[in-house]
Design a protein. Structure first.
Length: 400
């Protein structure tokens, strides 16, 4: 009789962790979750056998890694799936100390390079892949800052790395949108030294397209694509409502070439923005980990977690290159946040593009609770407790 393999999934509070737990639980794996609370979103799933409390990987990377080692040993874990960038940055350098547990991700050096937006865009440009015009500020007193008048507004100011380290603590830094030089100076002054280098990037206005790939031993084992319909925050961020679309062949080829330049092995999301003025798809960044809208890919027929673990185990699973298009996924509470933000703030405050839907249109679109092809991301009749836990947390978090 074959033994059941045990998998530890980190960052149980993250939505992709829930998608991974559901996928692997249905596939017959014994899935354990860890989180900083011990009562996480993914931990509420019927497919999770335990939710173990561990330190936050951003606030305490060393203690987090030590706690993970202990859980791996005590729970006799066979495979480890880190979800967040912070967890991967903490665990990839410790691969040799994980007692032979399978960690099916790229090396720490490859992951760090692919997390660096400046490096990714430079490599992409050398391959002929369209990238936004940008300037890099290496530090807060960088002389290049004085020449910012030559840039075309509006701009996006974004840290080259989303997660940086200061005094042993990893911190997240977010992007900002600026409409003119006065706003640019104010935004630059708000960034702390550890957020540098910063990219001053031409803002591309248009729909966001994601190309999702799973590469293993030089072969494409899985492929998926979606377009963003609504985001949180509304000016650009995580998708709260999105639709599966046919993957454009040129973007697939661009993405594969780019990932091959980094000798990538594993899952990745390659993000593009399509300029609404001329239709040019510009590369934005690469995420070398599971992404927020993972459940949509699984619903459409591309089970990335299952494919990843099968490849890591040496199984010859058939590549999944076809899937259902026109399927839409809605993160309910994220969509509520999107609507509330639209109602509370004007377009200028939110840095919305000129052709953004009006507040009235935002309300009308939100009230279309269901259309053919719609799925809810979190709520599932067969696994309802994660949505109940998320709802309680959302209500408490908003002081209701």
């Amino acid at each position: 009789m074959l033994s059941v393999l045990s998998v530890l999934v980190t960052d149980g509070q993250e939505r992709p962790a829930l998608a991974v737990v559901r996928s692997l639980g249905r596939a017959g794996y014994r899935v354990i979750v860890c989180s900083s609370t011990g009562r996480s979103l993914a931990g509420a799933s019927r497919y999770c056998v335990a939710d173990v409390r561990v330190p936050d990987p951003l606030l305490a990377a060393g203690p987090f890694a030590a706690a993970i080692e202990r859980v791996l040993r005590e729970r006799r874990i066979d495979m480890l799936i880190p979800i967040s960038e912070g967890a991967l940055l903490a665990l990839l350098p410790e691969r040799a100390r994980l007692n032979g547990v399978c960690l099916p991700f790229a090396s720490k050096e490859q992951f760090r390079r692919i997390c660096d937006k400046e490096t990714v865009l430079r490599v992409a440009s050398s391959l002929g892949i369209p990238t936004p015009t940008q300037r890099t500020l290496a530090r807060s007193d960088d002389p290049a800052r004085l020449g910012a008048d030559g840039l075309r507004f509006p701009l996006v100011v974004k840290p080259a790395r989303s997660v940086n380290e200061v005094d042993g603590v990893r911190v997240r830094s977010a992007a900002s949108y600026v409409a003119d030089r006065t706003k640019l100076d104010a935004v630059l002054s708000s960034y702390k030294p550890e957020s540098y280098p910063l990219l001053l990037q031409q803002r591309i206005e248009g729909p966001g397209i994601g190309i999702f790939l799973f590469l293993w031993d030089g072969e494409v084992r899985a492929l998926f694509a979606h377009r963003r319909i609504r985001e949180k925050p509304p000016s650009g961020g995580v998708s709260v409502y999105r639709e599966s679309i046919a993957a454009a062949p040129d973007l697939v080829q661009h993405s594969i070439r780019l990932l091959n330049e980094f000798r990538w092995q594993g899952v990745a999301m390659v993000e593009y923005k399509v300029d609404r003025n001329d239709g040019t798809p510009y590369l934005m960044e690469i995420n070398g980990r599971f992404w927020g809208s993972l459940q949509l890919a699984i619903d459409a027929g591309v089970d990335f977690p299952k494919q990843l673990l099968a490849a890591a185990r040496g199984q010859q699973a058939a590549p999944v290159l076809r899937y259902r298009t026109g399927l839409r996924s809605r993160w309910w509470w994220g969509d509520v946040d999107h609507l509330l933000t639209r109602l509370r703030h004007n377009d200028e405050h939110l840095a919305l593009p000129p052709d953004a839907p009006s507040r009235w249109r935002a309300v009308v679109e939100f009230l279309k609770f269901w259309r053919p092809g719609d799925r809810t991301e979190i709520f599932r009749v067969s696994d309802p407790l994660p949505f109940a836990r998320e709802s309680i947390n959302w209500i408490l978090g908003h002081g209701l």
